[in-house]
Structure formats: structure tokens, C-alpha cells
Design a protein around this ligand. Structure first.
Ligand SMILES: O=P(O)(O)OC[C@H]1O[C@H](OP(=O)(O)OP(=O)(O)O)[C@H](O)[C@@H]1O
Ligand SMILES: O=C(O)c1cc(=O)[nH]c(=O)[nH]1
Length: 232
């Protein structure tokens, strides 16, 4: 269950950034860009899925996620925790355990056979659902999951991403306009601060990464990815 330790937000962000470096979850590859879920080309990629393989780290990250939610959303605001397929699912299980709540998970699309379910587990009608994702970049995936939960009768006012790209200035306001508060622990700003402090990469690489983070769609367009995001 929840540890009742409310670590300072800046400390949580710095520690998660350090953990991601420590487990080699941060990747830079400007000459052969990554293709992201949104269709963007990117010189950076974070593999938050690796967190599940490190018990001390995943336990601390889940304490941070619980503290973030309880502090920013409240203590009695949720009936169910929902994980987004696939990377969100293990974190939903761990956070549900921390918060003493039931868990469900949401498929990217209905299963296509059997019950053709998109939501797995039991979600009571009108349940207040907290959606968790490992990571949010442009937000399209989080919204697909939220739409499916809402269509099935659940109420979603909050989502949490362990890591948030935070590169589209209007993104959180857009989420807010759709009735969702996005919570997160760490962003690229925190990861880059650690890289600079510990001299983990040369200045040229870090400058290229910053060029992408400052103008992601332009960088993507120049490197074979989309130069506009699909409407959500
Ligand atoms: O905010 P967005 O632009 O939608 O991108 C973030 C999504 O990308 C990753 O999932 P991915 O699509 O790689 O699938 P997976 O979880 O099955 O690995 C991640 O787990 C998020 O769901
Ligand atoms: O946007 C994505 O698809 C994405 C970005 C990233 O850094 N890591 C990841 O797993 N997915």
C-alpha cells in the first residue's frame, strides 16, 4: 500500500530522470531517427518499459506516482485505475495496489474476437477512472484510452504519465479543455538537466536533442516524420 511519504515534486522529477539514465532507458539517435506512435520522427526515445525490471526503482516510481496523484487530484477521487495497452498495464497493476483500488486495462482497439472487448476487467457504470500510461508524447494514445472508457460509461477527469515529453506548449491546455488533468513525474527537461550535470553526452548531441524538443514537428518533418499531429 501507499507509503505516505510525500517527496518534493522537484526531487521526484530529478530522481526519476536519474533512474532512467541509470537503467539505460534514454536513447539518442539523431542520424537514424526513431518513429514514434504519433508518426513523428525523433532523435530521442525513452523506454519506460524497462522500469518494471528493477524492483527498487519501480517501487520508488510507484510511490512517486501515488504521491503525485494524491497530492494533485485528491485522496478519494478514484474508483478504478486503468492501464493503457501495453506499456501502461504493469504500472496500472502496481499503482492500483498502492492506492488500494481495483484495476482494469484498455486495449488500443477492440479485441476482434471473443467478447470483442476493449476494456478488460470490471468497470462499474459511472466509475471514476484514473488512467495511467508509462509515457505521453503527443497525447493521442492517452486520449484513445480515455475515449474508450468514457464510451463504456466511465468518468475520466485525470490521467498520469510517469514521463511526459512536455514539448507541445498547448497540449495540457487542450487536455484540460477535454476535461482531463494530466499529471506526470518527470519530463525531458529533467532528463537533459541530469545529462548536462553528469556530462553523459557531448554538447553537439545535447544541442541536437534540444533543437528537436524546441521545435519537434519541424525536426520531424525534416527527418521523414509527420510535420503536423493528427487531430485528437
Ligand atoms: O502520446 P503519444 O504520442 O500517443 O505516444 C505515447 C504512447 O507511445 C507508447 O506506446 P506505443 O504506441 O509504443 O505502444 P506500447 O505501449 O504497446 O509499447 C507509450 O506507451 C504511449 O502509449
Ligand atoms: O511517442 C512514442 O511513441 C514514444 C516515445 C518514447 O520516447 N518512448 C516510447 O516508448 N514511445
Amino acid at each position: 500500500m501507499f507509503s505516505n511519504a510525500f517527496t518534493d515534486k522537484a526531487v521526484m522529477a530529478e530522481l526519476v530522470a536519474k533512474m532512467l539514465w541509470e537503467i539505460k532507458a534514454v536513447h539518442f539517435r539523431a542520424d537514424e531517427p526513431y518513429k514514434l506512435s504519433s508518426g513523428m520522427a525523433s532523435p530521442v526515445y525513452i523506454d519506460c518499459r524497462k522500469l518494471i525490471s528493477y524492483p527498487r526503482i519501480r517501487s520508488a516510481v510507484m510511490d512517486f506516482a501515488a504521491a503525485t496523484i494524491l497530492r494533485e487530484a485528491g485522496f478519494e477521487q478514484f474508483d478504478v485505475v486503468a492501464g493503457g495497452e501495453t506499456a501502461g498495464i504493469p504500472f496500472a497493476a502496481m499503482l492500483a495496489e498502492r492506492l488500494g483500488l481495483p484495476m482494469i486495462y484498455v486495449r488500443k482497439a477492440p479485441k476482434g474476437h471473443g467478447r470483442n472487448a476493449q476494456i478488460e476487467g470490471h468497470m462499474p457504470e459511472g466509475a471514476r477512472v484514473l488512467v495511467i500510461e508509462d509515457l505521453t508524447t503527443a497525447g493521442g494514445s492517452m486520449f484513445k484510452f480515455i475515449d474508450a472508457i468514457r464510451a463504456a460509461g466511465g468518468i475520466v477527469d485525470h490521467g498520469i504519465a510517469l514521463f511526459y515529453y512536455d514539448i507541445f506548449p498547448e497540449a495540457r491546455a487542450e487536455m484540460k479543455s477535454k476535461g482531463v488533468d494530466l499529471h506526470f513525474i518527470a519530463t525531458w527537461r529533467n532528463v537533459l538537466a541530469v545529462a548536462r550535470e553528469q556530462a553523459l553526452f557531448d554538447e553537439k548531441t545535447l544541442n541536437e536533442v534540444e533543437a528537436f524538443l524546441n521545435a519537434p514537428l519541424a525536426w520531424s518533418g525534416r527527418n521523414g516524420g509527420v510535420s503536423a499531429l493528427a487531430a485528437q
